[in-house]
Design a protein around this ligand. Structure first.
Ligand SMILES: Cc1cc2nc3c(=O)[nH]c(=O)nc-3n(C[C@H](O)[C@H](O)[C@H](O)COP(=O)(O)OP(=O)(O)OC[C@H]3O[C@@H](n4cnc5c(N)ncnc54)[C@H](O)[C@@H]3O)c2cc1C
Length: 356
């Protein structure tokens, strides 16, 4: 195995410092943070609608914590601007720190955009189900689909009450700009209770054929997923983003980890950034670590099976995942695997990061 330890890209090498250009109070318990992107970083921070960045938040207790925040800005609409929307989590740490401390001129360390809650084709009909802060990646997708595509875009947006609606003004503005193509339906739990399967199913039936995207609390997304199944929507047309806190530290140096005792070697063929890479793959080492150790620019963020930044598609052979907190059964049946957790089960394995 020809791994040069010094060739391993440290996460520090991927970290960037961005200056906060504006902080806007969205609701009483949420803020939008806008970042200035220096010219030299514009390419690196060009995101795909639906992606997130990972933010390093200082802590007296642990030095820092890392948290992912979806980008609400659209690369297709705004002049180059990067915005995240943060909602306070009860008894949480990072979200409250950001809501309390973020201010214009502050510098924050972040990892560049990643994630797969994205659309291959923006020129289709979309049906979005957002709950609470789950609106952030959805807003980016909505703005992008309206500008780049020609389909109908519908948003079912659930909140506790009218005061909790993030981006209400922006959504109303978009609705007035695209009256023929964009419809927003606000579901307020204070007045309407928790949405029932028939409420979600009737929206899905009304927009049959649309790509369904959902982001919000787990029970809300489960409801959308089950309703889509009940309406006969195929799994590939339902996309979900899970918001959860990282427990590891993607800002630490990316050292090689050993996830099993098996020290045999398999062969990996990997399609990545338009290249085909064939390499020896120690059976105890996650595929992502093998690629990073060789200096390949493989996508990743959490390295703990929680964020999906490193998703790749199994083309041939088989792998097991040491941990998986994000892919559901159907994703796995579709061949999706987390490279940060993937260990080879067969002597030869082919995966693709390019063709998801
Ligand atoms: C892909 C993705 C996208 C996301 N997008 C968004 C988004 O757009 N908007 C949004 O609001 N959220 C988003 N999230 C969720 C976000 O990453 C956080 O999970 C959320 O903000 C809650 O974090 P928190 O630290 O406030 O709460 P918690 O994680 O619940 O905080 C409690 C944790 O912090 C630790 N802790 C407490 N005090 C301290 C301290 N002083 N120092 C160090 N640790 C401490 C505790 O031990 C405990 O582990 C996203 C998550 C993912 C994975």
């Amino acid at each position: 195995m020809t791994v040069e330890p010094d060739a391993r890209p440290a996460a520090a090498a991927r970290s960037r410092t961005l200056r906060v250009s504006e902080v806007t109070q969205e609701t009483k318990d949420s803020v939008t943070i806008s970042f200035e992107i220096p010219d030299a970083m514009v390419e690196e921070f060009k995101h795909v609608p639906g992606q997130f960045i990972t933010v390093k938040i200082p802590s007296d207790r642990t030095g820092h914590v890392a948290r992912c925040y979806s980008l609400s800005s659209s690369p297709h609409v705004e002049d180059f601007r990067l915005e995240i929307g943060i909602k306070r989590t009860e008894n949480g740490y990072a979200s409250n720190w950001l809501c309390d401390n973020a201010m214009t001129g502050m510098e924050l360390t972040v990892l560049p955009p990643s994630g797969h809650f994205t659309a291959k084709n923006l020129d289709v009909d979309f049906l979005f189900f957002a709950g609470g802060s789950g609106i952030t990646p959805v807003l980016s997708l909505i703005k992008s689909a309206l500008v780049c595509g020609g389909g109908e875009v519908t948003l079912f947006y659930a909140n506790r009450d009218a005061e909790s609606i993030m981006y209400e003004g922006q959504l109303a503005q978009i609705a007035s700009e695209f009256p023929e193509r964009f419809t927003v339906f606000h579901w307020l739990e204070s007045a309407m209770g928790i949405p029932a399967p028939e409420d979600v199913e009737s929206a899905i039936r009304e927009h049959r054929g649309a790509q369904i995207y959902t982001c919000g609390p787990a029970p809300f997304m489960d409801l959308v997923q089950k309703s889509a199944e009940a309406c006969g929507v195929e799994h590939a047309s339902v996309h979900r983003e899970v918001f959860q806190s990282l427990t590891g530290d993607p800002f630490e140096t990316a050292t090689m980890r050993q996830l099993s005792d098996d020290d045999g070697v398999a062969t990996a063929t990997v399609y990545l950034n338009g290249q085909s890479i064939t390499t020896e793959w120690p059976r105890n080492t996650p595929l992502l670590d093998v690629l990073l150790a060789q200096g390949h620019n493989a996508p990743y963020s959490c390295r703990e099976g929680a964020c999906s930044a490193c998703v790749c598609k199994l083309v041939e052979g088989d792998v097991e995942m040491a941990q998986n907190h994000i892919l559901v059964e159907d994703d796995i049946a579709d061949g999706e695997r987390l490279a940060c957790q993937a260990l080879p089960l067969t002597d030869a394995v082919t995966v693709s990061f390019d063709d998801l």
